[in-house]
Design a protein around this ligand. Structure first.
Ligand SMILES: C[C@H](C(=O)O)C(=O)SCCNC(=O)CCNC(=O)[C@H](O)C(C)(C)COP(=O)(O)OP(=O)(O)OC[C@H]1O[C@@H](n2cnc3c(N)ncnc32)[C@H](O)[C@@H]1OP(=O)(O)O
Length: 120
């Protein structure tokens, strides 16, 4: 966090624990983009495993979309491997679902339900 504060002059807008993933996260707004800094809370966290195996770095990219269950169904119909078949609770209380990096060219993808429900 200190690095982003110094290099970009931004500071955390919110910090919270997300028990399901055993992480603590901080959100920093940079332009229209939210950076999420993630710290594992214990060895059960997928982020702990990630850092052990690959070191620190970019963990995933999240996209805000408008109808999460419909998006999951569409992706699965396209043959994309989803980690989550159904939306689950992520940071900020938002419904989220992850696609497996083996289906997305080595990048872990997160889809986040926007507040607005409507067309994709
Ligand atoms: C809450 C907040 C939020 O925003 O709402 C968050 O994001 S929390 C963020 C933390 N939560 C999550 O990450 C949840 C989704 N992640 C997961 O379910 C898991 O981490 C997973 C399924 C991606 C990997 O779990 P796993 O037990 O299979 O772990 P492995 O270490 O064996 O990884 C299997 C293969 O996936 C690759 N792999 C693992 N993690 C990542 C990643 N972040 N980006 C790209 N590739 C990855 C490994 O290198 C390996 O590749 P190879 O086979 O080639 O060696």
């Amino acid at each position: 966090m200190a690095f982003y504060e110094k290099s970009l002059g931004v500071s955390a807008e919110s910090i919270e624990k997300v028990p399901m993933d055993h992480v603590e996260v901080a959100f920093l707004k940079v332009g229209e983009t939210m950076l999420e800094l993630i710290q594992p809370l214990n060895e059960k966290s997928p982020v702990f495993t990630f850092i052990q195996k690959r070191g620190q770095g970019i963990h995933h990219i999240a996209f805000e979309i408008e109808d999460l269950q419909r998006r999951i169904d569409i992706l699965q119909n396209e043959g994309i491997r989803m980690i989550d078949d159904y939306p689950r609770r992520g940071a900020g209380g938002h419904d989220v679902a992850f696609a497996h990096p083996s289906s997305s060219y080595g990048v872990l993808m997160e889809y986040v339900q926007s507040e607005h429900r409507g067309e994709l």
